[in-house]
Write a protein that binds this ligand. Structure first.
Ligand code: DP6
Length: 364
């Protein structure tokens, strides 16, 4: 499907006021998206595990504007955790502007958007993936009422397409399991426009992989992802990095099939460190890791060497550490975290998560 396919070309049905609710998870990338072109097109393909416990729950209330008194502007109020939030509105207005040509009905309605996160607001966990995908799903649910003829496949693809226009990584939060966003020559059906469920065989070990998120620094990031992506333009290592991401994704295909955790760890940890190396070597340069991030990485390496348990880390654009490991080592790893890593977490906080099934519609 191409961009054009996401522009409705039928007359919309008349719909009465209503509301829809969706729950959408966060995700953690194994091969990272870092760098983009115009219109939220990624510079390289990425793959992520969809999470389960870290999620946003969003309700969209809609009613058709009065044809005479209604304005030709976007009309919405945004509530986060029950409170009206004016400061979130510019981000949503920008999102609406980006998707308007694919959702031409947006200005015909008045909306109320209510959103909440399962994880603490100030945890430093990216909420844009779960938040933007949840809004995209709610809009698609309303769109399905306007154009009842479209298919489930269209629904999922366009939800991911719209989510991508809100935040790139949000495109990977619709489906469950492993999800690929960005065209890769060895991954059938992959696209720059939307994410797809990873289409090949996945070893049992990766089905319920655990991700314990160590909250090292809950503060606001000094440099946003959007600014970081932008710094990949003219970055001296950009082309090699984009090639490396393509190579790493290709190398993951047999690893995901065989369940080879040694190779998995090599790729995933290298991706995390390369992401931060790109930040450190951009102009201006910056560092998002904290001293405690490095303490944790060293402890994980030491523990892995000592026990042979295939535990590894990955990092987002921040100081928090995602500890990844197979389900059958959960007891041991939680013991390790509590005994040796919790001291490096802000207020001793961490979040236990695992691979999930993707976004869900809520019925009240
Ligand atoms: C480091 O999706 O937050 O988490 O498209 O500008 O909203 P925008 O960026 P965003 O970038 C996420 C980058 C990352 C890596 C990843 O999730 O692949």
């Amino acid at each position: 499907m191409t961009q054009k396919d996401f522009i409705p070309n039928l007359e919309p049905k008349n719909i009465s006021p209503g509301e829809v609710s969706w729950q959408s998870p966060s995700n953690i990338a194994l091969v990272k998206y870092w760098g983009k072109k115009e219109n939220q097109i990624p510079a390289n393909p990425s793959i992520s595990f969809t999470l389960d416990n870290c999620k946003s729950t969003t309700t969209l209330k809609f009613s058709k504007k009065d044809e005479i008194t209604g304005t030709a502007e976007f009309d919405f109020d945004f509530y986060f955790e029950g409170k009206q939030k004016e400061d979130f509105k510019p981000k949503i207005t920008k999102f609406f502007q980006r998707i308007e040509q694919y959702c031409p009905y947006l200005k015909d309605f008045s909306f109320e958007i209510h959103s909440e996160n399962s994880f603490p607001h100030s945890s430093g966990i990216a909420s844009s993936a779960s938040g933007m995908s949840a809004i995209a799903l709610c809009l698609m649910d309303m769109e399905r009422k306007l154009y009842p003829e479209f298919s489930d496949e269209y629904f999922t693809k366009k939800a991911s397409f719209l989510a991508r226009l809100g935040s790139g990584s949000a495109s990977r939060s619709i489906d469950g399991g492993l999800v690929v966003w960005g065209e890769h020559k060895d991954i059938e059906g992959s696209s720059d426009e939307y994410a797809v469920a990873y289409p090949y065989k996945v070893h049992e070990i990766f089905r319920n992989y655990k991700d314990t998120i160590l909250l090292v620094d809950k503060g606001e990031k000094q440099v946003s992802s959007t600014v970081g992506h932008d710094l990949m333009h003219g970055h001296p290592f950009a082309e090699n990095r984009f090639r490396q991401a393509n190579d790493n994704l290709k190398a993951l295909i047999p690893v995901l099939e065989s369940g080879d955790t040694t190779e998995f760890i090599k790729i995933v940890e290298s991706e995390a460190l390369t992401l931060h190396a790109m930040m450190m070597s951009s102009q201006p340069y910056f560092i998002l890791m904290k001293p405690n991030t490095l303490q944790i990485l060293n402890k994980i390496w030491e523990y892995r060497d000592k026990t042979g348990i295939p535990v590894c880390f990955t990092l987002d654009a921040g100081a928090n550490v995602h500890v990844l490991y197979p389900e059958n080592h959960e007891t041991k790893i939680l013991e390790f975290i509590n005994n040796e890593l919790v001291v490096y977490c802000q207020n001793g906080h961490y979040i236990c998560d695992h691979v999930g099934d993707g976004a869900k519609k809520l019925y009240f």
